[in-house]
Design a protein around this ligand. Structure first.
Ligand SMILES: Nc1ncnc2c1ncn2[C@@H]1O[C@H](COP(=O)(O)OP(=O)(O)OP(=O)(O)O)[C@@H](O)[C@H]1O
Ligand SMILES: [Mg+2]
Length: 503
């Protein structure tokens, strides 16, 4: 018997213009969590899609229990006991949770003993048991569309568990989970480990990796760098191996001094009594105002209210002393306010359009000749400028955005808002899903924008980012603003005190 449940050896895979995998490898043991790490575009998802039969390898071999196997497609992968939770979720919103989980493998019963029909009673009973097993408090008949992104992600994980797999691939499973949801995922993982399941865990969150994984494989530019016991590694050694050099600066140095008040929000209150209430704050020219708080503090809701995505019942917003009328996002954009939304994977990306289109789409007006003819040259130089500035890894600007790696897709969306040249930029979790090296690049971009005199509001759940980037910090708890801290004097304890100030 082989020591490994599954081995991938010498795997290469090219896409037009990119060698996504170059002699990559991975060895999984039963009952262990194996972290797969690397920068955005390193080839992690591609390697997993080869294992799951979505992509055909150009070269390489897969062994299960020491014997060579071919995995021709996802159905074949499932039948061999391999399940995958994808980085990009694709649930069917208008169908119940039960149907989403058992899609394509509904339990069947025989009507009058011979007409096969779907056994809905069994479907929902099985779903109920499954949800109980993974401790999710949902009704099996509830439509998936009524769930939040993080809840959908948990349902997706439950679905993978329902397959009774031997190998479970989790590609950035916690990117939108709350802390409590992460804990329940981790307890599901512990149970699966006890059952002897091998888990591949892809994440950019170092603390999670070091906590949950037994082994770590690191990739860079499609190449296999090595595999280590997690206990041998620290955050720093992982980063160095991932990036291929030592990262000395985690945040850019900032020297500019904020100027006059540009953006003012006063007494802003949601139509929903459980959401934001009586929030007032302002941002100065060239200032980065960080917004801290626990998940559920209503920070995103507040910003969506200001931006015209959600309704509010009272409160005013002023730009340069003038009251703004915002009833929909377009009003805000036209007046110089841009917002990078938290769920950009769901709402920010137009998958079938190219990188160039995705960057230029909301600022095309600026690139018209005679007011109507798009000047392609100008658009292309805008796009090239962005690709270069943000180090977006793409074969060309004509590549469809859906074929970029997750983190690179996000950089494209950030580029779109920059192209609009707004006065006020609202960033909701700007570096979610982005690797450490690219994070620094994005921090530099944010710092540069502040230096140019833009006012920046940045919601972040990462304490280091909040403390490292903010000139000033506003903290929210349970829909209310509980205090402001000066960036230089703030520390984790002060932020947490305000973030947990429930009344
Ligand atoms: N379907 C595809 N068509 C063309 N290129 C692709 C396709 N899928 C992936 N690539 C390219 O292959 C490389 C590896 O991408 P992959 O998605 O595997 O990266 P990743 O390590 O998962 O990154 P991230 O952390 O950002 O999710 C990237 O350069 C990406 O643009
Ligand atoms: Mg990926």
């Amino acid at each position: 018997m082989s020591e490994y449940l599954l081995e991938m050896k010498d795997v290469s895979k090219a896409f037009p213009g990119v060698q996504a995998l170059n002699h990559a490898q991975l060895k999984l043991k039963a009952g262990r969590v194996h972290a797969l790490m690397g920068e955005n575009g390193a080839g992690k998802s591609t390697l997993m899609k080869c294992m799951f039969g979505i992509y055909k390898m150009d070269q390489g071999q897969i062994y299960m229990d020491g014997k060579p196997v071919t995995i021709s497609d996802p159905i074949d992968a499932l039948s061999k006991g391999i399940a995958m939770v994808h980085q990009e979720l694709q649930p069917i919103p208008a169908r119940p949770i039960g149907e989403n989980i058992y899609l394509g493998r509904y339990p069947i019963k025989k009507l009058f003993g011979f007409i096969p029909i779907v056994d809905h009673d069994k479907l929902y009973k099985d779903t109920e048991e499954l949800l109980k097993k993974v401790k999710l408090p949902f009704d099996p008949r509830q439509h998936v569309g009524t769930l939040s992104t993080s809840q959908m992600q948990l349902v997706e994980i439950a679905k993978a568990v329902s397959i009774n797999c031997r190998i479970l691939i989790l590609d950035e499973p916690t990117s939108s989970l709350t802390q409590r949801e992460v804990e329940s995922l981790f307890s599901i993982i512990e149970d699966l480990k006890k059952d002897g399941v091998a888990i591949v865990y892809i994440s950019h969150k170092m603390d999670e990796i070091l906590r949950i994984s037994n082994e770590v494989t690191i990739m860079r530019d499609g190449n296999y760098i090595g595999t280590w016991e997690a206990s041998e590694l620290t955050t720093n050694t992982i980063i160095t191996k991932m990036v291929g050099r030592e990262l000395t600066n985690l945040f850019p140095k900032r020297e500019n001094i904020p100027g006059e008040v540009v953006f003012e929000v006063e007494d802003f209150t949601s139509i929903n009594p459980k959401s934001f209430r009586n929030v007032s704050f302002n941002i100065r020219r060239g200032e980065i105002l960080g917004v801290g708080g626990l998940v559920g503090a209503q920070r995103t809701e507040l910003m969506e209210g200001i931006f015209g995505i959600r309704s509010h019942i009272s409160g005013t917003v002023k730009l340069n002393g003038k009251e703004m009328r915002i009833t929909r996002p377009k009003d805000a954009i036209d007046q110089g306010v841009a917002m990078l939304t938290e769920s950009r994977r769901a709402s920010g990306i137009m998958g079938v359009l190219s990188v160039a289109d995705n960057i230029s789409i909301s600022s095309l007006k600026k690139y018209l000749d005679y007011g109507f003819a798009i000047n392609n040259g100008k658009v292309e130089s805008l796009v090239q400028d962005n690709v270069q500035k943000m180090n977006i890894k793409t074969p060309s600007s004509k590549t469809l955005i859906q074929s970029l790696s997750g983190g690179n897709q996000q950089k494209v969306v950030i580029g779109r808002w920059l192209a609009n040249n707004p006065d006020v930029l609202i960033l909701d979790e700007p570096t979610r899903g982005i690797d450490v090296g690219a994070k620094y690049e994005i921090y530099c971009i944010i710092a540069e924008l502040a230096k140019q005199g833009k006012s920046i509001l940045m919601i972040t759940s990462e304490m280091a980012e909040l403390l490292g980037m903010s000139d000033r910090i506003m903290v929210m708890c349970d829909g209310k603003c509980t205090g402001f801290l000066d960036g230089k004097e703030a520390n984790q304890e002060k932020v947490m005190n305000l973030a947990t100030k429930f009344d």
